[in-house]
Ligand binder design. Sequence first.
Ligand code: SAM
Length: 256
Amino acid sequence: THFGFERIKAHEKNEKVREVFDSVSSTYDIMNDAMSFGVHRLWKDIFIQRLGPTQGTRLLDVAGGTGDIAFRFLKYLKNKECSENNALGVKSNVTVCDINEAMLNVGRSRSKSLSWIDSSDISWVQGDAEKLPLNSDSYCAYTIAFGIRNVTHIERVLEEAYRVLKPGGRFMCLEFSHVHNPYLQWLYDQYSFQIIPVMGQVIAGEWKPYQYLVESIRQFPNQEDFKHMIQCAGFQHITHENLSFGVVAIHSAFKL
Ligand code: SAM
């Protein structure tokens, strides 16, 4: 392979992932728009619509990076509040947990620049998805968007998600997945392997992190295999929905 990520050991993968996100944190948001032609915004919007939070929801957004999911969650509830009567004034909040302090710092400063956000609605916590520094049975919902493929042990992340959710809580994951149509797959491969690293070099001045990105997408389990892993962690009512022909998928499950 170009970057040899699949041959490296677990602790080395952690270190590599840290380096990758340290180096991309400042250009992360711009690159997301460029590589997906802005479509990642729609995928994230749909993700929050599917979650459909209600007032009072306590959300944990793991691998939350620069805050995209957290901001959408708060915005969704704010819009909802305008159309509904939240007479009891129930407060929702979101905890963003990420292993990388540089990504969290970008998120913190973005949240300060958004005037409609009340800083008490978001907590930023540095921590590993495989060993969350958070109490058991404490969240109504757990989200992880474009994060789980970066971790070393997916099964540990799922077990931790199960642990921190309250009974009845919902797990939702947005992640790159597998395109089943061979023609589309071919096109997608050309784009991923030929164009994305070049874009990385031109826009962000580095191609290696973007080569890593493409490889990590290929190695992530397909829709059905991932469903099986979620089931093994103890979750029930597991469903998935493909977006953009399976370029990404939303998996949903409940702790019952
Ligand atoms: N969720 C955000 C979004 O959708 O824009 C950020 C996604 S970004 C591609 C992946 C994030 O996962 C990075 O911020 C990285 O630091 C974080 N990450 C990687 N490994 C992690 C781990 N073991 N625990 C927590 N976060 C991790």
